[in-house]
Design a protein around this ligand. Sequence first.
Ligand SMILES: N[C@@H](CCC(=O)N[C@@H](CS)C(=O)NCC(=O)O)C(=O)O
Length: 197
Amino acid sequence: MIKVYGDIKSGNCYKIALLFSHLHIEHDWREVLVVKGQSRTQEFLALNPVGQIPVVVSGEDVLTQSNAILNYYANGTALMPQDPLDVFRVQEWQFFEQYSHEPTIAVRRFIQTFLGLPAERQAEYDQREAPGYRALEVMEKRLAEHEFLVGDSYSVADISLYAYTHVADEGGFDLSRFTGIRGWLQRVTQQPGHIPM
Ligand SMILES: N[C@@H](CCC(=O)N[C@@H](CS)C(=O)NCC(=O)O)C(=O)O
C-alpha cells in the first residue's frame, strides 16, 4: 500500500490526495503536522532530509516534491497530455506555481490562517500581496479565454494550480474580479473524482 505523509490542509499535500482520488489510487494517509514540528523529527528527516511534506512512499521508493509526484502518477493517464509541447506547458505552469504562486499565495495563507497573522510576520505578509495578485493576473489572462490551463482538457497543471488558488481568500486575496479564475475553479470541482481539501 502506498503511504502518503502529509497534512490535508496543505495545498501541496492536497494535490496528491486529489490526484489519487481522480485515479482511484488506494493509499494510506499518515498525518504530519508542520506546525507541531512533526516534519522536523529525526524519523521524518530520515525519510525526507528537506523536512517537507508531502512525501509518498511506494515500496522502496521515496518520492518528494508535489508536482513531480503528480507527474509520475499521471503519466500515461488522461491527466497528463501526450503531446511533448503540451507536457512542456504543464511543466511551465508547475514551475510558475512553485516560484511565483505558492511563495506568495500559500505563504500568506500560512501566515494568516495557520499562524494567526502574528505581528512579526506582518511585513512579510504585506510584501507578498502585490506579487500574489500578479500571479493571479497571469492565470486570469489564460483562463479568461480557455477552460483549462493546458490544451482544452483538465490536466495535472490544473491540479497544481487549483490547490492554493481555491483557498486564496484564506491568505487575504479577493478573487471577485477574476471571473476567468472563478469559472475555472467551478469547472475543476465538477471533474469526476473531485474531493474537497
Ligand atoms: N516544493 C515542495 C514544497 C513543499 C512544502 O513547502 N511543504 C510545506 C507544507 S505545504 C512544508 O513541509 N513546510 C515545512 C518546512 O518547509 O519546514 C513541494 O512542492 O512538495
